[in-house]
Structure formats: C-alpha cells, structure tokens
Design a protein around this ligand. Structure first.
Ligand code: GTP
Ligand code: MG
Length: 134
C-alpha cells in the first residue's frame, strides 16, 4: 500500500489525517505459500509476520494505517484435504478467535498463477465452511 497516498485520500478538509476511524480486523486465509504473511506485512506496513518459512500457527499483528488501528491475523496455509484433515480448520477457527468478537474481513490470498484443481477447490470449500461461532 502507498500509505502516504491513502492518508491523503482519507484526510479531513483541513488536511489533518483522520485519527478517529474505527478499528478494522482482518483474517488472512489461503493455501500454503500463497503469500498470506507477505500480504499481512504489506497491509501493516512493517515486517510483523515471518515470510518465506511455513507459518505454523495463527498469530496476531497490530498496526496503524492513517489513524485507523488495523489488527491482522496470519494463519497457516492449508494443503489438500488429504494432508490437512482437521488441523487447518482448527487453526482457521483459532485465528478468527484471536480477532474477537470476529473479523470484519476475511482476505483470501490466492496465487495469481495457479491451476484450480478439484482438490484445491475442495480444500477451499472445506476451509471456508469452518463453523464461525467463536
Ligand atoms: N512473486 C511474488 N512472490 C511473493 C508474493 N507474495 C509472497 N511471495 C513470496 O512467496 C513466498 C511465500 O510467501 P509467504 O508470505 O511466506 O507465504 P504464506 O502464504 O505466508 O506461506 P505459509 O505460511 O507457508 O502458508 C515468499 O518467498 C515470498 O517472498 C507476491 O505477491 N509475488
Ligand atoms: Mg505464512
């Protein structure tokens, strides 16, 4: 994100940054290695999540973008349904619980170039059907 540009867009008539915007909570979901941790760091504007190595459990990062508090939860990437029978569903739910009372936004991170196989489609369906009662 170009933070400076975003701040200008959000600035008040006096050009003071708007500093009283409500918090936004984001949950990052997606397959293994899709770029979730990288996307989280981009959103927060700093290296909060470790990238390039497998994220093993959900973790929370905080930041401020143009006066708005942003809370992001990074989650482990899921594999195929065969590889991840329950662990990733539990982690997804755990990640959402870290954003109590719940995420405003679920950001699904997908590689731009990928084959959408039946297995991948099934994995996506399984993980988005997590029971969201936190
Ligand atoms: N070319 C390109 N590489 C990216 C992009 N986003 C992430 N990467 C690279 O892809 C690799 C994996 O990125 P991560 O952000 O760690 O991926 P992840 O989804 O968090 O991975 P897991 O936690 O293992 O599921 C890293 O080497 C990144 O530098 C992107 O938008 N473009
Ligand atoms: Mg990661």
């Amino acid at each position: 994100l170009d933070h400076e540009r975003e701040c200008l867009l959000l600035s008040s008539p006096t050009d003071e940054p708007v500093c009283h915007l409500p918090e936004r909570r984001l949950l990052l979901l997606g397959g293994a290695g899709a770029g979730k941790s990288t996307a989280g760091n981009t959103i927060l504007g700093e290296e909060v999540f470790q990238t390039g190595t497998e994220t093993l459990e959900s973790s929370v990062g905080h930041g401020e973008v143009c006066g708005r508090r942003i809370t992001v939860v990074d989650t482990p990437g899921w594999g195929t349904p065969q590889e991840s029978p329950g662990r990733f569903r539990r982690e997804t739910k755990h990640g959402a619980a870290l954003l109590w009372p719940g995420p405003h936004t679920i950001l699904l991170v997908l590689p731009l170039v990928t084959d959408i196989t039946d297995l991948k489609r099934q994995a996506l369906k399984d993980h988005l059907e997590v029971p969201w009662d936190l």
